[in-house]
Ligand binder design. Structure first.
Ligand SMILES: C[S@@+](CC[C@H](N)C(=O)[O-])C[C@H]1O[C@@H](n2cnc3c(N)ncnc32)[C@H](O)[C@@H]1O
Length: 132
């Protein structure tokens, strides 16, 4: 039998967005700032990340609903229901978010970023280089 996927949380987001109502709808409409705290055992993986870069960060939306397959995009009922895989909705079977964030500074295992659309305390799953 194939091995089941197992995720390792690599860190936590610290920011001032504490409610979904206060969260920007997406990273491309946000100038909110915060800090990615990467756990010490993964800090070496930050080598090469520097201020001025844009990074792609995958989050696990821990407060999301996983049993929804159709949503009104952005809660707008006039647009009709759409399958979650055709949207960027946080509600989906595996509540992963992808945000492109600008790096403001790196201090050890702390990466200061802007462009956040993610709640304080959200687990970080991965960070990737953005393809330009
Ligand atoms: C539309 S999603 C987009 C996320 C990501 N930029 C993407 O495109 O995959 C952003 C929304 O997710 C919600 N959200 C953010 N952090 C969350 C969390 N930890 N749990 C549940 N919902 C969250 C907020 O309502 C926010 O406006």
């Amino acid at each position: 039998m194939a091995e089941q996927p197992r995720l390792h949380i690599i860190g936590l987001l610290h920011g001032d967005i504490t409610s979904r109502e206060d969260a920007p709808k997406n990273f491309d409409e946000s100038d909110r700032t915060g800090t990615l705290e990467i756990f010490p055992e993964y800090q070496e993986g930050l080598d090469g990340i520097a201020a001025g870069q844009t990074i792609v960060v995958l989050f696990w939306l821990h407060q999301s609903t996983r049993d929804v397959l159709k949503v009104y995009p952005r809660g707008d009922k006039s647009r009709g229901l759409r399958g979650v895989f055709a949207t960027r909705s946080p509600m989906r079977p595996n509540p992963l978010a992808i945000s492109e964030l600008k790096v403001l500074a790196v201090h050890g295992n702390q990466v200061e970023v802007s462009g956040l659309d993610i709640l304080d305390g959200t687990p970080i799953i991965d960070i990737k280089k953005k393809i330009s």
